[in-house]
Design a protein around this ligand. Structure first.
Ligand code: PLP
Length: 369
């Protein structure tokens, strides 16, 4: 066990490599190019490993565009729900393709983006999301254009489309069915572009995912329309590759045994709070504890877990599968120390690549001395 102070996120390069090999497999057998969605995972100290297996990055803001360009080899796709006038030139300079979210954004930046590879986000109005909060096809969605006739009218200005309607979708049949829907609704338009991104949210790196069938389906799509297919895996790229290492600071009892740890779901694993999901812990036994954070939020609860033995102050707990949507969402709530970031290299060496101090907390609120 390492000597770093908790809390820290620990990224396991060997686990990451397993996902990366699947990315390369899909590229090789389907022709699709995999772009890392930086909104899910932006921890660039492991990008040199990832860039050998993925074709580049996709983004949702200017900073992500610049991060992708600076730190990840290959293509940089620039998408945003809305670009601002003052950032568009910087975006164009640092990207290989720009994807507009709406016809109005495309029109607004038509002249300034002349000569650049441009795409449009299309919203097929079907999604695999179980959470309305994360459902791109929710009623009154602002995420992409849907009307084939309106899209047809701008085909002379764009060379590709981006669809992103899957969300945590580990069901190949459901993915394929939604692709059928896209083909039947937009088939004529698909024949007239040269590239199509099918977005993220497809959990094809999962253990039982039928990769051969997936590749065949992607290839059939690419061959039918003569398009370069892109995928934008966020969570699928980094699933099961990191833990959040925390220490028990106190044990209290209120009908239940409660362990308080040196972290917080609101500050360090915000998605658990937003989606009301329990954390994952690889523990089994007959000693049940509610594991809670140390922020003042009453509902700051990681979940209830059964441990093989009673917990004690000073015990280390390892919260599993925390690479996605955590480090990109960590915040200074309650002034808690942000978890540092440690990489377990393939040779077993533990390397701390980021560490936060009081100065970083101070700097996030002002820079006047
Ligand atoms: C969020 C997002 C992704 C990545 O989604 P995952 O579920 O993490 O794979 C890809 N593309 C777009 C446009 C997104 O908004």
């Amino acid at each position: 066990m390492s000597t770093f102070n908790t809390p820290f996120y620990q990224i396991d390069e060997a686990a990451l490599l397993k996902n990366m090999e699947k990315m390369a497999f899909v590229a090789q057998h389907s022709g699709a190019k995999c772009l890392l969605a930086l909104k899910c995972f932006a921890t660039w100290p492991v990008f040199d490993l990832m860039q050998d297996y993925m074709a580049g990055t996709t983004s949702s803001s200017l900073y992500e565009v610049k991060l992708g360009r600076e730190k990840f080899a290959g293509e940089t796709h620039a998408y945003s729900v809305a670009w601002a006038d003052h950032e568009i030139d910087d975006v164009l300079q640092n990207s290989d393709k720009i994807i507009f979210n709406s016809l109005t954004q495309l029109a607004r930046f038509r002249e300034r983006s002349e000569g650049c590879a441009r795409g449009l986000r299309v919203n097929p109005r079907v999604s695999s999301s179980d959470f309305i909060l994360a459902d791109p096809a929710r009623p009154h969605s602002r995420l992409g254009e849907s009307d084939p006739a309106k899209i047809a009218a701008v085909l002379d200005q764009i060379s590709g489309f981006m669809f992103h309607n899957n969300c945590e979708n580990g069901d190949f049949a459901l993915f394929s069915k939604m692709l059928d829907h896209i083909e039947s609704t937009y088939g004529e338009l698909l024949h007239k572009v040269s590239w199509v991104s099918l977005g993220g949210g497809i959990h094809f790196t999962g253990n039982d995912y039928p990769l051969d069938a997936f590749c065949a389906r992607l290839k059939r799509f690419a061959d039918t329309y003569h398009v370069q297919v892109y995928l934008e895996p966020g969570e699928a790229s980094i699933t099961n590759t990191a833990s959040l290492e925390v220490t028990v600071l106190d044990i209290v009892h209120n009908d239940k045994d409660i362990a308080i740890v040196d972290s917080s779901i609101e500050a360090h694993m915000l998605d658990l709070l937003i989606y009301r999901l329990p954390a994952k812990l690889n523990e089994q036994g007959s000693h049940r504890y509610q594991v809670c954070g140390k922020s003042c939020l009453a509902g700051d609860i990681f979940g209830e877990f059964d441990f093989p033995a009673p917990l004690h102050v000073g015990d280390r707990l390892s919260i599993q599968d925390v690479a996605g949507y955590t480090m990109v969402k960590k915040n200074w709530f309650n002034g808690l120390t942000m978890p540092s970031i440690v990489i377990k290299r393939r040779d077993g060496r533990l390397e701390q690549v980021q560490k936060y101090e009081f100065a970083d907390y101070l700097a996030s609120f002002g820079n006047q001395s």
